[in-house]
Design a binder for this molecule. Sequence first.
Ligand SMILES: [Zn+2]
Length: 220
Amino acid sequence: MAYWALTGVTAYKPVSVKGIRFMSIAISTRVRLPVILKGDDIVETEIVSYEGLSSESVAIVFPGTDKQSDTPLVRIHSECLTGDAFGSALCDCGPQLREAKQRIAREGGVLIYLRQEGRGIGLYNKLKAYKLQQDMAMDTFTANRHLGFANDMRSYDEASAMLSALGVSSCRLLTNNPDKVSALEETGIQVTERVPTGNFGNAHNSRYLEAKKSHGHFLD
Ligand SMILES: [Zn+2]
């Protein structure tokens, strides 16, 4: 059984990740977290915290059902308070997170939840960017640049280190974002397959999704 699928274990396994910057992190706590998928459908996961990260990012490890493998299904999800918690229709984060939970629950795998809100600019700055989008008709990338930030401040180095600490060296990655695939591979996690996510368009996020598509996301 792959190390990542172990349950009830608190492990300390320092890992170093090569790549853009040196990083050494370790698992701090692994604790049981039953998660509601839908209605009264509850899955027993573990939530994992780490030492050495720049923020309080966590991994959710889902139990494998019948095919725990060396290439678990992995989703790297960047925090979006408005979408994840409040169900904002301005983006597609909420439906993507729900889809990831349900798909990973079916076959086992890991959800990495990175605390890099608003493409890494933080919640309050994201709201300022929304204001520019609504008042000045800017897209998400233009608004971020107008506020003095890069198009996308997110980094996936820590996600790679978090997976390595769980013993995951290769995975199938649930994403439409090619940057995530290359970021993992550059830091030593092999991506054997890119598994596309659903397309969660609505009347309020069509411009946002178009902007993502024009910046290289697959919308399939
Ligand atoms: Zn969002």
